[in-house]
Design a protein around this ligand. Sequence first.
Ligand code: ADP
Ligand code: MG
Length: 260
Amino acid sequence: MRYKEKPMEVISVRNVGKSFGGIPVLRDISLSVSTGEVVSIIGSSGSGKSTLLRCICQLETIDSGAISICGEDMASTDSGSGLVSYADKATLKHIRSHIGLVFQNFNLFPHFSVLRNITEAQEVVLKLPHGQAVETARTLLAKMGLTEKENAYPCELSGGQQQRVSIARALALKPEVLCFDEPTSALDPELTGEILKVIKDLAAEDMTMVVVTHEMAFAKDISDRVIFMDDGIIVEQGSPDSVISHPTHERTRQFLTRFM
Ligand code: ADP
Ligand code: MG
């Protein structure tokens, strides 16, 4: 692993359970991600990958277990009553600021220019002055090869360009960890490579990342650790070579045969 400094546990998920309408979607999930680590999550559709990310990002609540982010307790379960309690609103907001999330469908503001898509949250959430927000946005747009597009609207961009804007938007808030939920699934195959390259470049810069992906070669290439989920459990995790090339569980093998 490529630690710049003393590693810190950025994400700690402990024995998390989550059901929808009585149907368990996450069963006793435990996961730890440290600074500088790149962790890929693979698994069939419906296995609970997005729900796990959404619980980490406060887009869903958990039914049991505990989650801490950067050492701050977000949610924990009282051992006596078995009830989950969440941190207070201000703490949750602060915890949320540690995490960037990039969605499959980009989720850009359609009525804002590219530049404003990246400056808006800096001004509203981080309360940064407009000039500074613009400067950061332009630096990130240059990094994403989109300098020429700052005045364009999302509908005028290709899917790959929109996804690069949404990555720039997430990075502008300087998260400790960036989570991607199938960042290339909505893209035409010829546009997938440009996004995978951006993520790979971020990995080379020691960005801590959790990437849900169906791109096996990519997961193998960039990950420090690969996690295989099936039916709400972590079936297997380890080095990319062990999980993708030499899986020990039958369920992992069956899943991977679809990508051979
Ligand atoms: P994945 O991302 O691995 O495809 P998801 O986490 O999206 O899996 O979904 C896991 C299961 O939870 C699926 O069966 C899905 O239908 C169900 N599910 C996800 N979100 C909801 C929700 N908001 N309400 C009800 N069921 C949901
Ligand atoms: Mg999903």
